[in-house]
Design a protein around this ligand. Structure first.
Ligand SMILES: NC(=O)c1ccc[n+]([C@@H]2O[C@H](COP(=O)([O-])OP(=O)(O)OC[C@H]3O[C@@H](n4cnc5c(N)ncnc54)[C@H](OP(=O)(O)O)[C@@H]3O)[C@@H](O)[C@H]2O)c1
Length: 270
């Protein structure tokens, strides 16, 4: 671990959405381990018990230098997001880093068989929720420094760069995130707000379990014969981007496991 990175992160307030599992949970742990002396972590998701356990885990691992605020927020409900950000306790109000990680996929249906409810929940969570959270947090970041300062980190996906059969809606949501992110970076050019997109390839998390409605056999089959990334692999990249010198922006990155070269191009051992 670079001590320069620890120092740069020291004293920051970091909001991580979708911190109850997978990449979000690993990201919270990685921030805490990288800068254990002084950090404030706001951890959001729907499963509040998982967030509270994570806060305990962080406390027992790194001690009291990292203060955690676990909070139940449903990203598919814009009014919940707005009210949550505006009612943050004073000591957590000044957010320096937003990690827009919460996201989900439902099913593998193809048009015209895609359930309208699945379309709505994926767009509400992955797109409208992410944009709403970004806007609310940006209001605070705009007050930092001379012209606004902070980091907005989007967890996109290879799915936002190429559509694949059975993933059209999820891919469309991640493409929307990518385009929003690109425009935002240009809109914020006169500020010191860094806009960062990290696009993972295949990562083994609860993602596939959610996709298949809890069917573990189907979720396990996704990873059969391949070695996916771990959520820690992506967490390390997130923390690295936030830990760069203030004038350095890792604007865009695509992270694959070694066997993957595109959304659907993977080497599978039989
Ligand atoms: N796994 C992959 O292969 C992969 C690849 C590329 C990109 N990604 C992206 O990485 C991000 C994290 O996914 P993951 O792989 O870590 O999956 P995961 O283990 O299923 O984690 C998803 C997180 O998002 C939260 N979330 C989902 N719906 C939510 C809602 N309505 N309100 C609030 N939080 C919600 C979940 O929390 P609750 O259920 O507690 O609400 C959970 O903490 C997602 O944006 C995903 O699209 C994943």
């Amino acid at each position: 671990m670079s001590s320069a990175m620890s120092k740069r992160l020291e004293g920051k307030t970091i909001l991580i959405t979708g911190a109850s599992s997978g990449i979000g949970k690993s990201t919270a742990l990685e921030f805490a381990r990288t800068s254990p002396k002084s950090l404030k972590l706001i951890l959001t998701a729907r499963r509040i018990d998982a967030l509270k356990s994570l806060a305990e885990e962080i406390k027992s691992e790194v001690g009291d230098g990292v203060q955690c605020l676990p909070a139940q927020v449903d990203m598919s409900k814009p009014s919940e997001i707005v009210s949550f950000v505006s009612n943050l306790p004073a000591e957590f109000k000044d957010i320096d880093v937003l990690v827009n990680n919460a996201g989900m996929v439902r099913g593998v249906a193809k048009s015209p068989e895609i359930d309208p409810e699945d379309i709505n929940v994926m767009f509400a969570t992955n797109v409208t929720g992410l944009i709403t959270m970004t806007q609310e947090v940006m209001k605070g970041m705009s007050k930092h420094g001379e012209s606004g300062q902070g980091d907005i980190i989007m967890i996109g996906s290879i799915a936002g760069r190429e559509g694949y059969p059975g993933g059209s809606i999820y891919c469309a949501t991640k493409a929307a995130v990518r385009t929003f992110t690109d425009a935002l970076r240009k809109e914020l050019i006169a500020t010191r707000i860094r806009v960062i997109e990290i696009d993972p390839g295949q990562v083994e998390t609860e993602f596939s379990l959610v996709r298949f409605g809890g069917d573990k056999a189907k979720a396990d089959a996704v990873y059969k014969g391949v070695e996916p990334l771990t959520p820690d692999d992506i967490a390390e990249v997130v923390v690295f981007t936030a830990g760069r010198r203030e004038n350095v922006v890792i604007a865009d990155s695509l992270i694959f496991p070694n066997h993957q070269a595109a959304a659907t191009v993977m080497h599978r051992k039989s």
